[in-house]
Design a protein around this ligand. Structure first.
Ligand code: ADP
Length: 592
């Protein structure tokens, strides 16, 4: 098996093993050989795709262009908008203010949630805009009808900084991109540029309100997300509401309480508020720093106090956050306006029957295409033995070998010790595993690089330390099982996406995982609701107990396994199910 994947369009090769997973200069004599292998089935439907499966050009690890970097047809988001959604009787204008939006600026679930919820509200008849920083890394061609709509100034440290506001459309959703003329949001990725991130998001929060003020646009709801936009409610109620913005009400969604926007009074003052005014227990002081010199503030706490309603992303995480963590006291005081609403899946972007990234499509009634996706990924990553087919023939894949995937940010929250343990255990059980992950911490990165070096040449484990939206779709489609062993998990989209693509979840019982996965062996669960394998402890034994049972079902009870796969695909974890709860929250705070 070759360890090289080649990307000739960039004259780079991708080494799977020797140096972790890195692009390196291509030897000069390599020629470009790009073969677009997808069976073009989006017009014909999944059954037609299967009829022409032999046309697939099977990928190989030695391809010049890795199979997930080939050209794909563009999303026709408009054609997939559900037409049967009932319109709400009293439409409103909602503006999301956010640091992420899928797919143009996505790091984790926040980006998916903003896009999915915005689309669900649009299809229910509301007017929705998404405001986000115009990160330098946003690919302009992904924004349709991009145009500069206003140039104005916004305040920073005694100066007025020129700002450009652009309008455009991203997968059918109207966006407003805010581009400051200073260094904020410059760099190759969404987070971690060479600027002060906290001050950049403080500036962005004010610049969004300033834009509403200069344009006279007053939505019913300004929906802010996470600590990055936690200062907006303060700026709204203590500044802009005293100027011209009267109508909007503020809803804050907390996607993850771990990040709370620690800052100093002076930093808040930089955006024009009096930072010292928020240094009280009732407002924004971080309770743990009381009596310290200096005390710290939390933008998330300030956002909770100043918003009209606060939502977190699952009912179980709501309970957990009321019982533990330093923000529990603030949340208990805010109990009347604090709600737990489960995230949904954006079915336009995540639909195995129409997904443009898949080599073959499928649905709950016909999963033949899923088998092709599994073979395609196995083949492309060299997970199939040398004896399997070559060239353009159908390979003798190993469909009976359970393929487990784990797609995640590689951070301690995600249960890193269980992910590394899983590699060993899955090998022992004779399965295959693919990890697609990105670490922000250098130590974690080097630990996983080391593991990649150890395993990526072998027959059963692939560790890919990169971010790829396209590959993530293919992996969900290829997998028999999706692993989410989080220590805590506010909601978790990975298990829901996996289920929609027919991968059975193996999860730790926490947060939103506990709200979406119900163990097949738990007697008290209603059989038709059971859809996965659940464990409770954070030790290897607890994890093995769930993984081993999943493997036993897969190998020894094929009919029951097929039933579970059907059930996971039929679970309705879409926004159709939960967007209405957000509408109720919006309605409960909006001005009539
Ligand atoms: P979190 O928001 O904590 O990162 P979620 O499970 O809610 O976790 O959402 C993670 C989202 O990010 C999913 O859409 C998942 O597929 C995606 N994702 C995570 N890591 C990667 C990666 N390396 N490449 C592509 N997509 C990824």
């Amino acid at each position: 098996m070759s360890s090289l994947l080649l990307n000739a369009s960039h004259n780079l090769c991708f080494k799977l093993s020797s140096s972790g997973c890195q692009w390196q200069p291509l030897p000069p004599n390599n020629t470009h050989r790009l073969s677009f292998s997808r069976v073009c089935a989006e017009k014909q439907g999944p059954i037609a795709a299967l009829a022409s499966a032999e046309q697939l050009v099977w990928p190989s690890p030695s391809d010049e262009t890795p199979f997930w970097k080939r050209d794909f047809p563009s999303w026709d988001a408009g054609s997939d908008v559900p037409s049967d959604v009932v319109k709400d009787s009293d439409p409103m204008h909602i503006i999301h203010v956010t640091a992420e939006m899928a797919p143009i600026a996505k790091v984790g679930g926040l980006g998916d949630v903003v896009t999915g919820l915005a689309r669900a509200c649009l299809s229910r008849g509301h007017t929705v805009d998404v405001m986000l920083p115009f990160y330098e890394c946003i690919q302009r061609q992904q924004v349709v009808d991009l145009e500069l709509v206003s140039t104005y100034n916004s305040y920073l440290e005694g100066e007025w900084i020129p700002v450009n506001a652009y309008r455009g459309v991203v997968t059918g959703i109207p966006v407003i991109l805010i581009e400051p003329s200073n260094q904020f949001f410059k760099g190759k990725q969404v987070y971690g540029g060479c600027y002060n991130e906290l001050e950049a998001y403080l500036f962005f929060s004010r610049a969004c309100l300033e834009w509403m003020q200069v344009t006279g646009i007053q939505p019913d709801i300004i929906h802010v997300h996470e600590w990055q936009t936690g200062a907006l409610p303060l700026l709204y109620w203590d500044m802009y509401h005293h100027l011209s913005l009267k109508k909007p009400r503020i809803v804050l969604t907390i996607h993850n309480m771990e990040h709370y926007g620690e800052c100093r009074q002076e930093q808040i003052s930089k955006c024009g508020l009096d930072g010292s005014a928020y240094a009280t227990v009732e407002k924004a002081v971080d309770d743990r720093t009381i009596g310290h010199n200096p005390e710290r503030l939390s933008l998330l706490k300030g956002g909770i106090v100043y918003s009209n309603a606060v939502v977190t992303v699952s009912p179980t995480y709501l309970k957990e956050t009321l019982c533990s963590g330093w923000l529990a006291g603030t949340l208990i005081k805010s109990r009347d306006k604090y709600f737990g609403i489960l995230n949904g899946i954006d079915t336009t972007m995540w639909n195995p029957a129409t997904d443009v990234f898949l080599p073959a499509q499928f649905n709950a009634h016909n999963i033949e295409g899923k088998k092709l996706c599994k073979q395609y990924v196995q083949r492309g990553l060299g997970l199939i033995s040398e004896a399997s087919g070559s060239g353009n023939q159908m390979p003798d894949a190993a469909p009976e070998v359970p393929l487990v995937i784990c797609i995640t940010r590689l951070v301690p929250q995600k249960g890193l010790h269980l992910i590394t343990h899983a590699i060993k255990r899955i090998e022992e059980l004779g399965g295959q595993m693919i990890i697609l992950g990105k670490a922000s911490d250098a130590r974690v990165e080097s630990e996983f690089k080391h593991l990649a070096d150890l395993h990526n040449q072998g027959p059963s484990i692939r560790i890919l330390l990169l971010y790829s939206e396209e590959l993530s779709h293919m992996l969900y489609a290829a997998a028999d099982m999706v692993l989410v062993p989080s220590i805590y998990e506010p909601c978790g989209l990975s298990q829901m996406l996996g289920m929609r693509y027919g991968a059975v979840p193996i999860v730790r019982k926490t947060g939103g995982l506990a709200d979406t996965v119900f163990d097949v062996d738990e007697q008290s669960n209603h059989h038709e609701m059971t859809n996965g394998f659940v464990f409770e402890g954070i030790d290897e034994g607890s994890f093995n107990w769930a993984l081993d049972r999943a493997f036993t079902y897969h190998r020894e009870k094929p009919e029951e396994w097929t039933g579970i796969v059907r059930r996971v695909m039929e679970c309705d974890n879409t926004w159709n199910n939960t967007a209405g709860k957000y509408i109720e929250v919006y309605n409960s705070v909006r001005v009539a």
